[in-house]
Design a protein around this ligand. Structure first.
Ligand SMILES: [Zn+2]
Ligand SMILES: [Zn+2]
Length: 345
């Protein structure tokens, strides 16, 4: 069954499934313009997802071949996965923020084994136990690491410029750079009156930045070629505050469902991270590696039940929180420690 919701004012959402994923689906949005329909995100690259997208676009009264463009909130495969197929089928342009385009280009060009080796080194430096790292080293050595996600994702042909209106005939859609979940994540502010007259300033396509019940993953902007010490959690909290100040009438996120109280949700997320940082600082009364920190932090299930791949994500999230504490002057890396150990100051 095609699941399409009409949100009014020439905006629809299409539930595009994500196979074998607890998130369930991506909400791909279709926005009518005077030159034809444009998509915001496209969904996971999978035959069923593609069929759902094609049927969904038809249920919005359009055809895939008529699509003029794709605006991508961020490079993750549940958002950007089908963009290349849409472009092939329609000639649509694909627009993305340059920081995420950089990630797409790097992933396409790099030898997959290099990425696996980089992750193994990172985990070792974070204090991961040998039995966790050795499968990665074995994969690298045997040449099995030939596929990594995003290897074939489409190179965009347009740049999204933060703060500017996108070139869409008859619509006011402004790009707002919201780094944190990825370095080039953008939210898109539809600066038009709400079609049902809900109070507030327009509607916001929020991607993964602001979701009604999920806290988006904030890790490190992993880049094997860049040693800049970034602060993704700091970026995220800054961009959340900026989004909160917009005072939008309704949020149209890329997962779950549309909701209205954006200010309330922003407040909850800010409180959540503040609480997490406070708890983390308490943990650091005892010096801990990032791996040990992740083991002790609270997740949606006990550490023992967290599968292998998710542990890597959890460690990167722990490191993002550690970096924030260091930036705030509330923790420090113990000099000369290897693997690195952090303590509260
Ligand atoms: Zn994402
Ligand atoms: Zn997502």
């Amino acid at each position: 069954m095609t699941q399409v919701t009409e949100h009014g004012g020439g905006v629809w959402s299409i539930k595009v499934p994500i196979p074998d994923n607890p998130l369930g689906h991506t909400l791909v949005h279709l926005l009518d313009t005077d030159r034809g329909p444009v998509l915001i995100d496209t969904g996971w690259d999978d035959p069923d997802s593609w069929d759902t997208l094609v049927a969904g676009v038809a249920a919005c009264g359009a055809a895939i071949g008529e699509l003029q463009g794709v605006v991508v909130t961020h490079h993750h495969p549940d958002h950007h996965g089908l963009s290349g197929k849409v472009r092939e089928a329609s000639g649509a342009w694909i627009a993305m923020h340059p920081a995420d385009t950089h990630v797409v280009r790097r992933t396409r060009e790099q030898e997959p084994g290099r990425w696996v080796g980089y992750i193994a080194d990172k985990l070792a430096a974070a204090g991961a136990p040998e039995d966790h790292i050795s499968p990665l080293r074995a994969a690298r050595a045997s040449g099995r690491a030939r596929t990594v996600p995003g290897l074939n994702s489409a190179l965009p042909d347009r740049e999204i410029t933060p703060g500017e209106l996108l070139d869409l005939a008859g619509r006011r859609l402004r790009a707002i750079w919201t780094p944190g979940h990825t370095p080039g994540h953008v939210c898109l502010h539809l600066e038009e009156e709400h079609p049902a007259g809900k109070p507030g300033r327009g509607r916001l396509f929020s991607g993964d930045h602001l979701l009604p019940e999920i806290t988006p993953h904030i890790g490190l902007y992993e880049d094997p070629d860049d040693e800049t010490v970034t602060d993704p959690l700091g970026d995220y909290l800054d961009s959340l505050e900026r989004i909160g100040r917009l005072g939008v009438a309704e949020v149209l996120p890329a997962h779950q469902y549309a909701f209205t109280d954006s200010g309330g949700r922003v407040g909850e997320l800010l409180d959540h991270h503040e609480e997490r940082l406070r708890h983390l600082r308490e943990l650091l009364a005892e010096p801990l590696t990032p791996w040990q920190t992740a083991e002790r932090m609270e997740w949606n299930r006990p550490w023992a039940d967290i599968p292998y791949g998710s542990r890597n994500i959890a460690v990167s999230e722990a490191e993002a929180h550690l970096r924030r504490l260091v930036k705030l002057g509330l923790a420090e890396a113990v000099e000369g420690s290897d693997p690195v150990v952090y303590r509260a100051v």
